[in-house]
Ligand binder design. Structure first.
Ligand code: FES
Length: 133
């Protein structure tokens, strides 16, 4: 199977959604999403991607958004934080409705797990990406 670049994936998802992927700055209606837990002195997240990931969320399903950037299953957690960033935890959330949203890939958003545009800043665009197989 051929891997698509994030930009190609965005284009593909936009086309599949009829050109209208919802940019979600606020979470879909439902329970309040807890803040990402970062203890003081905890490792900082790494930039996993310089663009957000378009994701179709299903109502009632619980997701674990990777907050450390080390997961190989971006934008979701694969448990990599346990070794690579032990002070960070994934953000678990359960949407109340089906929604096509943009989940943050740079791990710098102020509205986790949703993209807020922070990835456009130089600190993110100039950051190295972790090696991927
Ligand atoms: S990908 Fe947009 S704020 Fe992180």
């Amino acid at each position: 199977m051929r891997m698509l670049s994030p930009a190609a994936l965005v284009t593909l998802v936009r086309a599949a959604a009829g050109g209208g992927v919802r940019r979600c700055r606020a979470p879909p209606a439902g329970p309040r999403i807890p803040a990402v837990r970062r203890s003081s002195g905890a490792p900082q997240p790494v930039v996993a991607a310089k663009e957000p990931f378009p994701v179709e969320l299903k109502a009632g399903k619980t997701y674990a958004w990777c907050s450390c950037g080390h997961s190989k299953r971006q934008p979701f957690c694969d448990g990599a934080h346990k070794k690579a960033a032990p002070g960070l935890s994934p953000l678990r959330f359960t949407p109340a409705e089906d929604a096509l949203v943009w989940l943050c890939g740079c791990k710098r958003t102020r509205t986790p797990p949703y993209c807020d545009g922070t990835h456009k800043e130089e600190a993110v665009q100039g950051a190295p990406l972790p090696p991927r197989p």
